[in-house]
Design a protein around this ligand. Sequence first.
Ligand SMILES: Cc1cc2nc3c(=O)[nH]c(=O)nc-3n(C[C@H](O)[C@H](O)[C@H](O)COP(=O)(O)O)c2cc1C
Length: 181
Amino acid sequence: MSSHPVLLLLSGSLRSGSSNEAALRTAQAVAPAHVRPVLYAGLAGLPHFNPDHDTEPLPAPVAALRAAIAEAAAVLVCTPEYAGTLPGSFKNLLDWTVGGTEICDKPVAWLNVAAPGRGQGAEATLRTVLGYTGAHIVEPACAQIPVHPQSVGADGTVTDPAVRDRIRDVVALLTAAEAQP
Ligand SMILES: Cc1cc2nc3c(=O)[nH]c(=O)nc-3n(C[C@H](O)[C@H](O)[C@H](O)COP(=O)(O)O)c2cc1C
């Protein structure tokens, strides 16, 4: 097992060819060597949140989600906006984090890859929901970095060097943040 700090990457999009996932794959590609970026792939398999099931033994996908968050030193979120707020599937993921303590005090930031002026509703909801979870929002690492679908290369990462640099800066700021006591 590597001792490198884990940066957990959470995409709010289930769409193949997602620009949000492309941004996170780029974060994976540009992360410094001492960081182990892990792209969470369980969003589609999470059950609908039900407080009746938020007890031990947890549904296996939920236990895996909470374990992934527990293992992470920091979390980077990248989600589209649907109908002015978060996609339901991603809000569902966040609902499952409320009953656990894994995300509490953990450094978290988000990337908004929508076109300029778009995606503010998703950001506002993220801020509200993460506030309820007790996550430590790392403000300097939260950024709007528009990703145009045509700038995604064959390897699934963003090819634009300026965008890659900005995502590299976000990763550096987030992974430098300490967990809040
Ligand atoms: C059902 C639906 C609702 C959407 N609502 C909004 C919205 O309210 N605001 C916005 O900026 N974009 C909205 N969009 C556009 C998506 O946020 C946009 O397509 C985004 O790039 C999708 O991210 P992805 O490429 O990672 O899947 C909507 C798209 C869909 C399919």
